[in-house]
Design a protein around this ligand. Structure first.
Ligand SMILES: N[C@H](CCC[C@H](N)C(=O)O)C(=O)O
Length: 283
């Protein structure tokens, strides 16, 4: 079958976006993997499937599938690209759009400068809800948060854990450029203490309002940017006492700005969303 798609990127995190607002699309994990394949398919970190409104008061739904074919709960850079997509295709004339995801309703809004701001909801830190199995571990209190020791093949790293709808484990490093992302990323992603696996963040604190971040993503490997990873890193960094309420996050693919006023508040993320090309693929 012929499948029309739109290729988009948000700070270098790239997506194949499929319009399922008029007709349902149900591809297999193998077909999603093929679309994401950078040699035999189109190439992308994630596939986004945009669907019609699932309920009154919500404008659209959108599903996220990682390059490995697994469906996941949330995607921050994808949310910005979703908003640009529905606007550019005339599927809505709203600038603030409510969209249902597996982990709840989020609200991207298009800014005058072309960037998109998304209310990403509240971060969750309770280990059992990340989910992270903290059984038998002694946490290290830092600020008003904790870091957990994670045994990685002989070395111990200390991570803060948080969920933005999807799971994140964030560690502080001196320099992201020399951080062991390639070695530790896959070990953290599949560590047995994360029953749903996890996105592994490596954060360098440049100043209280500025970090550099690399993320080895669950189901996709290291991406040039991870929106939910930036939200999780900043929320943990604020609670650990290292960051202020507004932080510029420099990723390898571009800059995101994250704001969080602390527990009881939602996290707001602002960043770019760009359509690269449209095409059609024979599936
Ligand atoms: N790899 C993530 C999904 C995509 C998140 C990322 N691309 C973002 O911008 O938040 C996970 O398995 O939870």
């Amino acid at each position: 079958m012929k499948l029309r798609f739109t290729k988009m990127q948000g700070a270098g995190n790239d997506f194949v976006v499929l319009d399922a607002t008029r007709a349902p699309l149900d591809l297999s994990p193998g077909q999603y993997r093929h679309l994401a394949d950078r040699r035999f398919g189109i190439g992308a970190d994630q596939i986004l499937i945009v669907g019609p409104s699932p309920a009154p008061g919500v404008d659209f739904s959108y599903r996220i599938v990682n390059a490995d074919g697994g469906e996941v709960e949330q995607c921050g850079n994808g949310a910005r690209c979703f908003a640009k997509f529905v606007h550019e295709r005339g599927l809505t004339d709203k600038r603030a759009i409510r969209v249902q995801t597996l982990s709840g309703v989020i609200e991207p809004s298009l800014q005058d400068d072309g960037r998109v701001t998304v209310d990403m909801g509240e971060p969750v830190f309770e280990p059992g809800r990340v989910p992270f199995d903290a059984q038998g571990l002694v946490p290290r209190p830092v600020g008003d948060h904790v870091q957990w020791p994670l045994e990685l093949d002989g070395t111990t790293v200390y991570v803060a854990v948080a969920s933005m709808g999807n799971p994140h484990a964030v560690q502080r490093v001196d320099d992201v450029d020399t951080a062991p992302v390639a070695q530790q990323g896959p070990m953290i992603e599949s560590h047995p203490r994360f029953p749903r696996r996890v996105n592994a963040g490596f954060m360098q604190v440049v100043a209280r309002g500025h970090i550099r971040l690399r993320v080895h993503e669950r189901g996709a490997g290291e991406t040039l940017a991870c929106g939910t990873g930036a939200c999780a890193a900043v929320a943990c960094g604020i609670r650990l006492g290292w960051l202020d309420a507004r932080v510029d996050v420099d990723t390898r693919g571009g800059r995101l700005t994250i704001e969080w006023a602390g527990p009881g508040h939602t996290v707001r993320m602002t960043g770019p969303a760009v359509t690269v090309f449209e095409g059609e693929i024979e599936l």
